[in-house]
Design a binder for this molecule. Structure first.
Ligand SMILES: C[S@@+](CC[C@H](N)C(=O)[O-])C[C@H]1O[C@@H](n2cnc3c(N)ncnc32)[C@H](O)[C@@H]1O
Length: 435
């Protein structure tokens, strides 16, 4: 157990120093990874609380970030165990350890790494003190927004302002484990066929959307039949809306401008035979598009992958207009914190405006590439209006010929089919537009 705690603390340290949890966990030895991930996810969901406790008990932040990470992980786990003892409801799947086991194992973990060895007595003392003094400390800790909501203050303020009726529900939903949803590759079999196959394998699932299935319980991909055969993909319910919203017909010329890792590209190709260009500025991520299309049996000589900047079409566009464009632009990912609980701690307030400016550049650069009568579907997995509704209003102001068509707009996380937070706007270029 001490090895798992050390691996989880290293992942938490990664986030404290600006690395994503998936990057940090990729460095964890395979055997330790599932447990380290579960512990690190818990720490991320309770990081604000743990930071408030740490600041109270150790006013000077430890200079060694692994020591800080171990303290934060320890406080978050100790609190979970104590809440369990007093019968407070917790997030499903919360790791629970008895206080003495946890402290003992964490001190062992500290002892096993030269960076934390000098702080093992501090870690022991802080955790034991929190166990003793928790009742007295809790009122002042919980009075702090950081501890109450486990999101940075700027994030809470932004949501409160944007969603005065919903911000608390949004923040609560952010800590609920998300469901696992599949998108059926209807080129391979119907949804009813896959559902029957899953039932035979003892996997309970229910239909969502037009080609989705929501599993009663998340499972490792390898435990679900048909992944390698390309019968289905893992895709969130809200992300599956893109394929339904973009009006397409067979043989259209389509641009997927920010395509990697290819979830929505594949969905478009499962629905229609297209002359499709999948563009992404990240070469490594673009390889995942190729892998996914290969697995799903969707590679063809009318599908082209291109590593390029969507905001600079002069570098890659052949001058032939597209009938449809999907712009699933880079965003703060504020709508998917259930799946990536580290995101809230990695983003900075200024990232929202910076990302919105990048999105505006991409949308403006793509608009001239759309054929008259064609559709552009703008999508983000964000819930900040600067990346959604305000962004589209500003786009419509800059392009008075653009026609807004029916699309969901903002989808809040945990809503329809328990999907992620997403934003969709569908924009049409008039038939009589001059290119
Ligand atoms: C939200 S993700 C796309 C997800 C993808 N559509 C899917 O459904 O699997 C945004 C993508 O935009 C890419 N990207 C960021 N800036 C870009 C740019 N200037 N041009 C093209 N792609 C860009 C990122 O590498 C990232 O893969």
């Amino acid at each position: 157990m001490s090895q798992q705690l050390l691996a989880a603390a290293q992942a938490v340290r990664g986030v404290l120093t600006g690395q994503s949890l998936s990057e940090s966990l990729a460095q964890t030895p395979g055997a330790l990874r599932p447990a380290a991930q579960a512990l690190a996810f818990h720490a991320m969901r309770q990081l604000g609380f743990a930071q408030a406790v740490r600041a109270q008990l150790v006013p000077r932040r430890p200079s060694e970030r692994l020591t800080e990470a171990m303290l934060l992980l320890g406080i978050s786990l100790l609190e979970a165990g104590l809440r369990q003892t007093e019968g407070t409801p917790q997030i499903p799947g919360t790791p629970i350890y008895a206080e003495h086991t946890l402290v003992h194992q964490l001190v062992q973990a500290a002892q096993s790494d030269r960076r934390t060895r000098p702080a093992k007595n501090l870690i022991n003392a802080v955790l034991r003190r929190y166990g003793r003094e928790r009742a007295a400390l809790l009122p002042q800790i919980q009075a702090q927004s950081l501890a109450r909501w486990n999101h940075p203050d700027w994030w809470v303020d932004a949501l409160r302002q944007a969603w005065p009726q919903h911000w608390q529900a949004i923040l609560q939903a952010a800590d609920q484990p998300p469901p696992m949803t599949l998108r059926v590759n209807v080129r391979r079999q119907s949804r009813a066929q896959l559902l029957a196959l899953l039932q035979t394998a003892g996997i309970a699932a229910a239909p969502i959307g037009s080609v989705g299935l929501i599993l009663e319980r998340p499972l490792p991909v390898r435990d679900i039949p048909g992944f390698a055969e390309g019968w289905w993909s893992v895709q969130d319910a809200s992300a599956q809306r893109a394929g339904e919203l973009l009006p397409l017909q067979d043989n259209m010329r389509v641009l997927d401008a920010c395509a990697a890792p290819g979830g929505k590209t594949a969905h478009l190709l499962e629905r229609h035979t297209l002359a499709l260009t999948a563009l992404d500025s990240d070469a490594a991520r673009l390889e995942r598009v190729a892998d996914n299309l290969q697995r799903l049996g969707l590679s063809s000589d009318t599908v082209h992958l291109r590593c390029a900047d969507a905001a600079a079409p002069a570098d890659w566009w052949d001058g032939q207009p597209y009938d449809a464009i999907l712009a699933d632009v880079p965003c703060t990912a504020s709508g998917v914190v259930r799946r990536h609980p580290d995101i809230r701690w990695l983003r900075r307030a200024e990232d929202v405006a910076r990302t919105a400016a990048l999105q505006a550049n991409i949308a403006d650069a793509l608009w001239p590439l759309l054929a008259p009568g064609g559709h552009l579907l703008y999508a983000t997995c964000s819930i900040f209006p600067q990346e959604g509704e305000s962004q589209i209003q500003a786009f419509l102001d800059r392009h008075p010929d653009a026609l807004r068509r029916a699309a969901p707009g903002q989808i809040l996380p945990g809503g329809v089919d328990q999907g992620d937070g997403f934003f969709y706007a569908l924009i049409r270029k008039p038939e009589n537009a001059r290119g």
